[in-house]
Design a protein around this ligand. Sequence first.
Ligand code: HEC
Ligand code: HEC
Length: 308
Amino acid sequence: MGEASTWRWTLPAGVSAPPVPADNPMTAAKVELGRRLFYDADLSVDGTMSCATCHVQKHAFADSTRTRPGVTDEPGRRNVPGLANVAWFTPLNFADPAATTLEMQAATPVFGTHPVEMGMAGREAEIGRRFGRDSCYQTMFARAFPEDGGRIDFSNVARALASFERTLISHGSAWDRQRLGPEAQAGSALFARDCASCHSGSNFTDLTMHRLGPADPALADQGLFEKTGIDADRGKFRTPSLRNIALTGPWWHDGSAWTLDEAIARHGLTHGAADVAQLIAFLGALSDTEFTQRKSLAMPEDACGKRL
Ligand code: HEC
Ligand code: HEC
């Protein structure tokens, strides 16, 4: 086995490797291909939009808009979430119980129509043709998928993207290093009391869908109800991870909370100004600047020995 067909996780002590589907083992060649694809606008219908257009590293792979329109400029419906530690998340997206793997999730931006993001619905075969014309991609797919003769199609694109996404690992915040200042430390106690029932574990999410206010059938986004048709699911959304939360605003599934203060107030819990300040100090300690600057997650500078 060569270097390209192996993979070694770089994880801090106490963190075990994320689950990986048996039919898509991690390899260095797949991660390298997935990284290239993540930053390649040829994955969108008119060549204007890559995954990274919306998922921006300096925002912990979220962006700074309320909802980001796709290639047709139809307004997006939901706020772009950050991607730190997505390898551990299932289901994915705000309210989609069927999106259980990163391989499956990749179809949402590429082929989705509600909203249109990258606009490739009905053009799956074109993906193979486009990347197949590029000799460097031919080499990269051959190295990543030797078992299928380097086949270039969406299923292998999704497998490579998922392999890269599993490397979006963030464990370098002040919280991880147990370096909380006094304000954040006080916030941590409040957080444990009032927030950690849902924002639980080391990614601060129970990966479960909750409704935080009364159900309102008039709202444009009905959350989980849109997938299940069950009345009790109206307005339910998956608890977001709070890793790097200070870098991913605006907040809320529709990006309608412009400050963390407002995002906290939306829960309908009551906190005085001093408590809110402490909670926000705690949330600030979840930012990981090593993650937002890590070279191996940035746009690749070269491919097949040539500068991009
Ligand atoms: C037009 C902006 C846009 C583009 C382009 C885009 N995304 Fe997203 N992404 C979003 C939004 C919005 C969501 C939330 C969707 C939802 O919940 O319905 C999301 C959700 C995700 C999630 C789920 C995260 C979680 O916490 O569950 C992953 C993973 C993801 N995107 C990966 C990708 C990949 C890979 C690509 C490229 C193939 C991509 N995205 C392209 C906007 C975008
Ligand atoms: C009952 C479960 C629950 C509790 C308790 C809870 N949250 Fe949340 N939180 C959620 C859900 C669900 C959302 C997503 C709401 C939406 O987008 O519609 C959310 C959203 C957020 C957001 C915005 C995240 C983003 O990416 O947009 C922040 C910040 C947040 N919560 C912080 C807190 C804090 C701080 C507390 C404690 C004071 C708290 N939450 C208590 C479930 C909970």
